[in-house]
Design a protein around this ligand. Structure first.
Ligand SMILES: Cc1ncc(COP(=O)(O)O)c(C=O)c1O
Length: 396
């Protein structure tokens, strides 16, 4: 490695890395050594992007949609998003295109939204465990993260008493994520009504990460933005990665009051300039073309969820709740060891099964593993068999 005298900024030390990418890197090393690894660590659908969406992207390239676009996204896509998101969430009057900001994947938009809202010292409330970008960005911006635990016994919904105790006039932003990564928990309409009352009482902006809005199994998906008085204080985040199996295309969006949309688009202009032009055309097709492929993926995920939950509950020392959404299970492994990262790395090295320690998502994730079931039945079955065999060798 080349020695360097270049020193990184102190801000870099405030960033955290994502466990999924760390575990994936180790899994790749083992694969390079000839090991066959079952990947349950990364959160992406294993399905191909539906053909009609791919065709729209290809047609976009061929028609030379290969230039810069406005930072907030092309108007036809913003109009398609406004229309789809209003219908899907039953929000009237319909969102307007100037309330929509398009981005290269949802993750950069999480950053740009938080950058547009938060000053140093502000309090930002979000669940523990949670998607790691929330904590990383909060820390980068020198704001104060206020974690609220999720309750395994309620299917990993927020502890609303704890939330009420932790929100105050110091709270600037409340980040929600339902369906939830890493637990698969889904907040009920009644939960969201209580949360909305708190947000209004303390004049808090709600950032609602709804990227798994299409991935629900029996439970109702409901957006807090649809509640009276909430549209004007909610930023809805969603995207194409999870619903349409488009993780590598990089396409996400946010919906928010127009003045904030302009601030967020300005952040985008200062960082990525715009989202890939032909990818935006593929996004229009995803929203306006046939929806059956999405439904087929969801049906398949539901069956896989049932298989992996049953298999995990049959393992000694493991207790696994049935999640209502996303495509993750969050088994409690404290009957084996409280050290989730150690058990995760034991399964990887010993069984060739890559799973994530729950503590990668926050302190309250200790004693749990996160496993993605966005993989084939065959791999799920094999992973469960290998874990059972490996557990017999786990040091007491
Ligand atoms: C809760 C949550 N929000 C946002 C994202 C980012 O999605 P994208 O791939 O569109 O950047 C993910 C991806 O795993 C996620 O789980």
């Amino acid at each position: 490695m080349l020695a360097t005298s270049i020193r990184p900024s102190s801000a870099i030390a405030r960033l955290s890395s994502e466990g999924a990418f760390e575990v994936l890197a180790r899994a790749r090393v083992l694969e390079a050594q000839g090991r066959e690894i079952i990947h349950l660590e990364i959160g992406e659908p294993d399905f191909d992007t539906p053909a009609h969406i791919k065709q729209a992207g290809i047609a976009g390239i061929e028609s030379n949609a290969t230039h810069y676009t406005p930072s907030a996204g092309i108007v036809p896509l913003r109009a398609a998003i406004a229309n789809y998101a209003s219908r899907f969430r039953e929000i009237a009057p319909e969102f307007a295109p100037d309330e929509v900001v398009v981005s290269p994947g949802l993750k950069p938009l999480i950053w740009n939204v938080l950058c547009a809202l938060i000053d140093p010292g502000d309090e930002v409330v979000f669940a523990d465990p949670a998607y790691p970008a929330y904590a990383s960005c909060t820390s980068y911006l020198q704001a104060k993260a206020v974690p609220v635990p999720l309750l395994e016994r309620t299917g990993f919904r927020l502890d609303l008493d704890e939330l009420a105790a932790k929100m105050s006039s110091r709270t600037k932003v409340l980040i929600l994520n339902s369906p939830h990564n890493p637990t698969g928990g889904v907040l009920t309409r009644a939960d969201l009504e209580t949360i909305a009352e708190l947000a209004m009482r303390y004049d808090v902006t709600v950032v609602s990460d709804e990227i798994y809005s299409r991935n629900v199994y029996g439970a109702e998906f409901f957006s807090i933005a649809a509640l009276p008085g909430m549209r004007e204080r909610t930023i809805v985040l969603d995207g194409f990665s999870k619903a349409y199996a488009m993780t590598g295309w990089r396409l996400g969006y946010g919906i928010m009051p127009a003045p904030i949309a302009r601030a967020v688009a300005l952040m985008g202009q200062n960082t990525y300039s715009c989202t890939t032009s032909f990818v935006q055309l593929a996004g229009i097709e995803a929203l306006q073309g046939p929806d059956e492929p999405v439904q087929a993926m969801v049906d398949e995920f539901r069956k896989r969820r049932d298989t992996i939950v049953a298999g995990l509950n049959a393992l000694p020392g493991v207790r696994c709740a049935t999640p209502d959404g996303a495509f993750y299970v969050f088994p409690n492994i404290s009957g084996i060891t409280p050290d989730d990262r150690m058990l995760g790395s034991f399964f990887l090295e010993e069984a060739g099964v890559a799973a994530l320690g729950g503590s990668y998502f926050g302190a309250a994730g200790r004693g749990y593993l996160r496993m993605s079931y966005a993989t084939s039945f065959e791999h799920i079955g094999l992973a469960l068999d290998r874990m059972r065999t490996a557990l017999a060798k786990f040091p007491a």
